[in-house]
Design a protein around this ligand. Structure first.
Ligand code: ATP
Length: 497
């Protein structure tokens, strides 16, 4: 992760927000390459999810909505995470991410150890238990640890569990609920009547506008309403770079189905669609898995939730949640607004409230997954046969921030430069292209490898003196071949969709 974070900063993918003021925890800025990459993720999703489907329409709703939306959705009462404070260090932890275990030696409890959730929480706790035993000079056999998180701690245990900040027991509080919605005030008055929230998800925009979309007449069940936009959550412990932040971007779609439809089959279809889409933007299948939420942990209205998980360097974590939510959301809005949400079924001549399947994913989590999966360091041979290291981001052409780099072989040969500039001008009308004439050609290739540019095009003497062909150099194979300009445009047309 450290290498990736450094690369992101060095090459202008991601910066800490307000860095000149020391940064602000949980907020990030996307630099020139990051903004391009993010836009490509959004565009691919929008094209595949909305434009290329006949049964999904896209909308864009406001970030601040009527506060009653969040009462109806249950967020005001229940969008909480369990919070634990350390009274000494003033650190705050999400109770379900703070793990502990009793240290038991020869059947006798001798103390407690704790660790924040990581890729290897069990390993860390075991190491902590062994070190605890050594420090206290306790003889005997350490028994296997029983891991629990702080939401499962018994009242008597809380004072005995060490704070991860201080390593000492006695400072952790019992877990309490913390609402993660950011509050603001609308208008000049700042009293209870003006309280509003920054949306913690985009989904409620689709539910609140359901009737408007139906009444504009373009849709027939089953159909989806999709949206891309910023969401805000006052996460207790933002961490793992952009994986969990306080301002992030979501791509969500609500797929409305008949109340009698086979929801499980539809749910499965959407899980498959999401997985295929992730593969289509270049994530490797080996890093993806599915996690079915156990029935007893689901919200009462939920019929099933499956997460597509990604193997990040810090562990296997949720990337995309696909939830079967029944008719809960529309019914809640019907109840709280008084506006009927039922639609008329021509076949049965009856009115009913549709059910919904919701695939919800974060752009930033996809961004991070692409970086993690694409990053490689390799040993390669340069023109003179010397071994050197190359850093490469193997982005699929669909999402690569720069599609082609145009490189005149020598910058002091006006005929090469003129030709290269002309091609650059033509390409940039349609694609994100980079022009680079400084430094040895090998160095320029390496610079493009490091930002994930799939193709470099070199304009050399053969181009201007012979047949106009250019050298096309491919990032992954590093192979070079000559192609005509027409072939170059045909290649881009085929690969960039
Ligand atoms: P988690 O359990 O990781 O907090 P969640 O189950 O609360 O996530 P959802 O409410 O289902 O997440 O949100 C849908 C998607 O939005 C998630 O799958 C994830 O990709 C993204 N997402 C949610 N919270 C964050 C966050 N704080 N930072 C970045 N992306 C997020």
């Amino acid at each position: 992760m450290e290498t990736l974070v450094a690369l992101c900063k060095r090459r202008g993918f991601i910066f800490q927000s307000s860095e000149i003021y020391g940064g602000i925890n949980g907020f990030f800025d996307y630099g020139p390459l990051g903004a391009e990459l993010k836009k490509n993720i959004r565009d691919c999703w929008w094209n595949d999810m909305v434009r290329r489907r006949d049964d999904v329409v896209g909308i864009e709703t406001s970030i601040i909505m009527h506060p009653k939306v969040w009462e109806a959705s249950g967020h005001v009462a229940g969008f909480t995470d369990p919070l634990v404070d350390c009274r000494v260090s003033k650190q705050r932890y999400r109770a379900d991410q703070l793990f502990f275990a009793q240290v038991v030696v020869d059947g006798k409890g001798v103390g407690y150890v704790s660790a924040l959730e990581s890729g290897d929480t069990a390993g860390e706790l075991t190491a902590a238990a062994e070190s605890y035993k050594r420090k206290k000079a306790i003889q005997g056999k350490l028994e296997p640890l029983q891991l629990r998180d702080m939401t499962e701690a018994l009242p008597d245990e809380i004072a005995l569990i060490p704070s991860p900040a201080t390593g000492e027991p006695g400072s952790l509080t019992a877990p309490r609920s913390f609402n993660m919605m950011f509050q603001t005030n609308v208008g000049a008055m700042t009293d209870a009547s003006s309280v509003a929230y920054l949306r913690p998800e985009t989904a409620q925009g689709m539910f609140a506008d359901f009737k408007n979309v139906v009444d504009t007449g373009r849709v027939k069940l089953p159909f989806g309403i999709a949206q891309i936009g910023k969401s805000f959550r006052n996460e207790i412990t933002p961490r793992n770079f952009i994986f969990r932040s306080r301002e992030f971007e979501q791509m969500e779609m609500e797929y409305f189905i008949h109340e009698d439809a086979d929801w499980a089959a539809c749910h499965r279809q959407w899980i498959n669609w999401c997985k295929d889409w992730l593969l289509s933007i270049g994530l490797p299948e080996s890093h993806l898995s599915e996690y079915n939420h156990p029935k007893e942990k689901l919200a009462f209205y939920s019929r099933g939730t499956t997460d597509i998980m990604f193997k990040y360097p810090f562990g296997v974590q949720e990337l995309w949640g696909i939830a079967a939510r029944g008719d809960y959301d529309l019914r809640q809005h019907e109840k709280h607004s008084g506006v009927p949400q039922a639609i008329f079924d021509e076949a049965t001549k009856k009115k009913f409230v549709p059910h919904v399947i919701e695939p919800a994913v974060g752009v930033d989590r996809i961004f991070l997954a692409l970086l993690c999966a694409g990053y490689a360091e390799e040993e390669v041979r340069d023109d003179k046969g010397n071994v050197e290291k190359r850093t490469v981001l193997r982005f699929s052409p669909r999402i690569a921030p720069v599609k082609v780099a145009v490189l005149p072989l020598l910058k002091n040969k006006p005929e090469l430069v003129a030709r290269a500039e002309a091609l650059y001008g033509k390409l940039k009308r349609k694609y994100a292209v980079f022009y680079d004439e400084s430094g040895a050609i090998g160095r320029r290739y390496r610079r493009q490898d490091e930002i994930g540019t799939p193709w470099c095009v070199t304009i050399d003497f053969e181009t201007v003196e012979k047949d106009g062909t250019v050298t096309l150099r491919e990032r992954d194979s590093m192979q070079q071949r000559r192609i005509s300009e027409d072939e170059l445009f045909a290649l881009l047309e085929e690969k960039l969709f």
